[in-house]
Write a protein of this length. Sequence first.
Length: 353
Amino acid sequence: MKILVIQQKMIGDVLVSSVICNNLRKAYPDAQIDYLVYESTVPVLEGNPNIDNVLLFQEKHRKSKREFLNLALEIRSFKYDLLIDAYSKLESWLIVLLSGAKRKISYKKPGRTFLYTDNVPFAEFPKTNLGLAIERRLSLLEPLNLKIEVDTFPKLFVSDKEDQEAIALFEYHQLKKDRKTVMISLLGSEKLKTYPLEYMAKVVDCIADNQEVNILFNYFPKQIKEAKIVFDACKPSTQEKIYFDLLGNDLRSFIAIMNHCDLIIGNDGGAINMAKALEKPSFIIFSPWIEKKIWATLEDGVHHISVHLNDFKPALLAAKTEKELKKNALSLYQEFEPELFKDKMDLFLKQNL
């Protein structure tokens, strides 16, 4: 049996959708399970024994109709028995149309149902604390009536070599071994998903005041200017607990480093999702224009807690469309002072450190 799963999106989406592959492996241990993703997201799939082949959707496939057609025809040549489209956008619709797969499953969307043999309702509200991001992916398995106990948890896999390199990095930077280590998800994937830097400094101060901890910043070298703004805005006593230069060289290095941290606090995004896949507690600060019900995954009030402006000042967001919220995100962020959720964060730290 040959199976293709499609998820052409960002790191968090690709990682969450890997639960589809994990459950397919449990149900069909001898199947060939392939996964079509953007090239930049491959690191979160490394070492996953439930995926046989990672197919790459590259920039050239976006820019060139000929290259896109070549990819679609290559996929057709593999003669898949089952295709699960977790992306369900124009790029994947065309691949599905040309795939020749015997069975094709995706979300039910107006005008596209003819592409698929099974169209699954696109849930609008979560039924459990898994969150919509996970529940929607798992719903794509329902038409298969799998005779297994469904695994609901995305997973990351760290090699022994990566683990040892992370340990060596901690030793090189002389992290205090008698302290827990907190990772700060410092910056979002864009400015409209990034908690104001002056507020983030206050969050870091609060953590440092609350606990004797080691603090790491997650940022790319090209983001060092923004990271330095946060560092410089922190109190001297906080700065003493921050290991500013402890960074990985790439995404796999971050995963290995995160695996040796005790929890993560900060902006929603790939770093948070990777930390959760490593079974690390998380405290998420959502952007005012992002729907918390989708990405507040595994929320239990203890190990995973999230905060949103709507939790505290719902009148500011009432009756506004996503487009309006996004347009006013920066001004709305200014209303989201750290003091609003200080008690929640203190409780989170107490419960997980």
